[in-house]
Every structure is written in C-alpha cells, then in structure tokens.
Design a protein around this ligand. Structure first.
Ligand code: SAH
Length: 202
C-alpha cells in the first residue's frame, strides 16, 4: 500500500482562501513526489521544512516515511487548526508548527518540500517561497504549474541552483472558488527538484 491511502484520510481546506491560493495537494500527487524523494534521500537523517504547509499533507508524508524532524510553516490560523487535527491522527512529536510568513522562516534544513501558491491570483506570490527555500536548504522539491517550469528553473539558476522536472502530471482540484465554473478541474503540474550547485574549487 502506498502512503497515498493514508494521506487521503487527512482533512483538507473547508473554506479555501482565494488570496492565499489555498489548494490541497492531491494525495496521489504527494505520494508521487515522495516516491522521487525516497529514491534520492534517506529521510531518517533529514530535517524537512514544508513551506506553506496548509493542512499538512506534505510534511505528514515526510513524517510517515520516517523524517528525523519536520517544520510546518504556515501563516493562516484556520489551516493550522486543520493541520493540528490531522496530526492528532498520528503519534508524532518530532515536529514544530510555526505560524508565520514563509519570508520570516530562516532555520536551515536538509530538505524543503512545498506546493507554493501558483501566482494565478496574486502575481509572484510564490517568489517568497523560493527565496526562502534557496536560503535555508540545498535541496528542494516543489510542485509548480507546468506552464511556469521554465520560469522557476531560470529563477533557481540565478540563485545558484539547478532545477529539474521529475514528472509532469494532472492535478485534480476539488475545492471550489467562486471563479471556477466546473465542479472539478485539472491543472497540469510538474514535480520539480532543485539542487544547489557545488562551488568550484580554485
Ligand atoms: N502545502 C499544502 C497547501 C498548499 S496551498 C498542500 O500541499 O496541500 C499554499 C499554502 O500556503 C496555503 O495554505 C496558504 O495559506 C499558504 N501561504 C500562502 N502565502 C503564504 C506566506 N506568505 N507565508 C506562509 N504561508 C503562506
């Protein structure tokens, strides 16, 4: 059984906030992202930060897969309430929840996982996420809209990171914002990996 089954039991946003671009990562997408992560890293040794943790699916996946310690960083109180309820389903204590803007989070970690706002309603809202990620970690996994892959890869390059597309997939969005016409819709997302470039020896 994959972890997607467990993740599908988590509570998701009840009243997603448009201005914060709250979308829950689909459990299947989260499972795929972590399949890529565990191919490269042994989570037992790693401290992980989830930027814009929302109701917590990504860092909860990290906990299930044995991460040493995780930080949930989220500025929305209601999301944090749901996140806490989700954590109560488990017995973990190796985590910390920080109610703050990702721009203020400056604790160095081994890995960042994030599904930042896509910037569809508020241009460049995702910049603060990438800026923080590039400062605190040398390895980052993120979910982005496929149409912005090139932009984020170029943005990463400017910060001394190489970016790679791990997988492209359809992401089912169930939550309803008033501007969505159909009941469910799909967006094309890309699972991305960024690694800090090694400094060249002189
Ligand atoms: N990581 C969750 C939620 C993704 S939606 C998941 O994958 O399901 C993006 C989240 O970022 C929302 O919960 C939103 O409240 C939060 N957010 C948006 N801007 C933020 C900021 N500047 N600082 C902290 N959290 C932010």
């Amino acid at each position: 059984m994959g972890i997607g089954m467990i993740l599908s039991k988590l509570r998701s946003f009840e009243h997603p906030k448009v201005f914060l671009e709250q979308y829950n990562t689909d459990p299947e997408v989260a499972e795929k992202l972590f399949n890529h992560i565990i191919l490269r890293s042994k989570l037992d040794d790693l401290v992980v930060a989830d930027l814009g943790a929302g109701t917590g699916i990504l860092d909860i996946a990290a906990l299930i897969l044995g991460a040493k310690f995780v930080y949930f960083v989220e500025k929305d109180k209601e999301a944090i309430q749901l996140l806490k309820e989700n954590l109560e389903m488990f017995n973990y204590s190796n985590f910390q929840i920080l109610e703050e803007d990702v721009s203020n989070f400056r604790i160095p970690v081994n890995l960042v996982v994030m599904n930042p706002p896509f910037g569809t309603k508020q241009k460049h809202i995702d910049r603060a996420f990438y800026d923080t990620a590039f400062l605190i970690s040398s390895e980052i996994y993120s979910i982005t809209k496929t149409s912005t892959e090139d932009f984020v890869i170029r943005y990463a390059m400017k910060h001394g990171f190489s970016g790679y597309v791990l997988q492209r997939m359809r992401h089912l969005i169930k939550q309803q914002f008033y501007f969505h016409k159909s009941k469910t819709r799909f967006i094309d997302v890309s699972l991305m990996y960024f690694k800090k470039n090694e400094k060249k020896e002189k």
